[in-house]
Design a protein around this ligand. Structure first.
Ligand SMILES: Cc1cc2nc3c(=O)[nH]c(=O)nc-3n(C[C@H](O)[C@H](O)[C@H](O)COP(=O)(O)OP(=O)(O)OC[C@H]3O[C@@H](n4cnc5c(N)ncnc54)[C@H](O)[C@@H]3O)c2cc1C
Length: 394
């Protein structure tokens, strides 16, 4: 049986459901989202879901800034219970990057983001339990926090369906259909859907799906390891969220008495359908990161750990936009470990691109697939030290 849709979205992670919602909100009548398993079963369901705006490039920062009000005022904008927990956020760097951080804070403030540069002593006043000895500066966002990732996906699904979109779980897309330079639709496990627009928001599975139609995207699958600890009695109050560029990691409070820490993981080209096994020693590395920055966490106890996968592009920025040479095919993928907080704006921008020919809310051209052929990257002029686990192997 062949059905017809105006647009098919492949993938039910936070970006897929946000795109489906945005298309339906713009009045597109037949939007079908196909998810091969349950919604949020990819990176989105495991995301640490930091909602902050500090970036070393203007374009990601603009997407995060445009998305932030949706998280902060979720109930008013999306309906349903709040998904956002306010904690405050700091991005900390070593002394050689202090000037770069101040320049980035100026760039972010010019966008309208509420952030200031702090000295290590200022940060110590805010978080007296933090070790600031090896820090050069910190960028503070007083209003930032984190989201509940599954509840966010569910909220977008609910609104998309309220507006008439169809969300089909357990409906894998087996093939994108194209004839020469035009997309025709998709083949799914439940039959064919003809559509004028197909959006690939398939996370870590996107490179494989694209390769099958001869489209090689410069992106690879990487593991991400996360450890959760229960904080000791000495530190039961939540701390702020830290992105710790000195240690190449981040940590944030979770549900009152726990802390989540990202453990650097240098495992690439993994099969996202394969076993998701935490690296041996991840718990010990996580503990080291936490106790270095907050010595009082020495008494923390391990709660759990898990591995997930995300798709990383060659320059570690998302790939967003149309595919030159295949009319009607769009990509929203390769979010490179950073695609949760920007999902609300990604949805709106992709809908604008599909319906108006150009994204207006934020210019997403810097994220286009063609940038790789043209030797461009969204990265700004003041990057920090590259994280060890971000060095893409040859
Ligand atoms: C541990 C971890 C921590 C993170 N922390 C943060 C953070 O703090 N802040 C932040 O902004 N980002 C963070 N990220 C990154 C962010 O979560 C991801 O970039 C984002 O969730 C990707 O969303 P997505 O919708 O593009 O992909 P996914 O959530 O991976 O969804 C893709 C979906 O597509 C489906 N699919 C695949 N192939 C097919 C097919 N052929 N047919 C139908 N369906 C298909 C999959 O089943 C999956 O559900 C983190 C990621 C991880 C793993």
């Amino acid at each position: 049986m062949t059905e017809t849709a105006d647009a098919v979205v492949v993938g039910g992670g936070v970006n897929g459901v946000s795109i489906a919602y945005a298309l339906a909100a713009r009045g597109v009548r037949r939007v079908v989202l196909c998810e091969k398993a349950a919604l949020a079963s990819g990176a989105s369901g495991y995301s640490s879901a930091l909602v902050r705006m500090h970036y070393t490039n203007e374009w990601d920062a603009r997407l995060a800034f445009a998305s932030f009000p949706v998280f902060r005022s979720w109930t008013e904008i999306m309906g349903g219970p709040s998904v956002f927990t306010h904690t405050g956020f700091v991005n900390v760097v070593a002394p050689p990057y202090a000037e770069a951080l101040r320049r980035n804070v100026e760039m972010l403030r010019a966008i309208g983001i509420d952030t200031v540069a702090l000295s290590p002593a200022d940060l110590h006043d805010l978080q007296p339990f933090a070790n600031v000895e090896d820090l050069g500066a910190a960028a503070w966002e007083p209003a930032s926090g984190y989201a509940d990732p599954a509840a966010t996906v569910e909220g977008f699904r609910r609104r998309a369906q309220d507006l008439g979109a169809e969300v089909r779980q357990w409906t894998g897309v087996t093939r994108i259909l194209r004839r020469e330079s035009r997309v025709l639709g998709v083949e799914t496990v439940a039959g064919r859907i003809d559509a004028g627009a197909v959006v690939v928001a398939a996370g870590a599975w996107a490179p494989r799906l694209c390769r099958e139609i001869g489209l090689d995207i410069p992106a690879r699958v990487k593991g991400l390891d996360t450890v959760q600890v229960t904080r000791p009695a000495a530190l039961t109050d939540p701390h702020m969220i830290f992105i710790d560029n000195v240690q190449g990691s981040y940590f944030r409070p979770e549900s009152g008495i726990r802390t989540i820490v990202g453990v650097p993981c240098q495992e690439w080209d993994l099969d996202p359908d394969g076993p998701a096994v935490l690296a041996p020693g991840a718990a010990a590395v996580g503990a080291q990161i936490l106790t270095h920055r907050i010595p009082a966490l020495e008494g923390a106890t391990l709660a759990r750990g898990y591995r997930a996968f995300d798709c990383y592009s060659r320059d570690r920025h998302a790939i967003l936009g149309r595919v030159d040479g295949i009319d009607g095919l769009y990509l929203a993928t390769a979010f490179s470990g950073s695609g949760f907080k920007i999902a609300p704006a990604v949805g709106v921008c992709m809908a604008e691109l599909i319906l108006d020919g150009r994204a207006k809310t934020v210019d997403i051209e810097p994220f286009s697939l063609r940038r790789f052929a043209e030797g461009r990257s969204p990265e700004g002029p003041y990057p920090y030290a590259q994280r060890r686990d971000h060095a893409v192997p040859d």
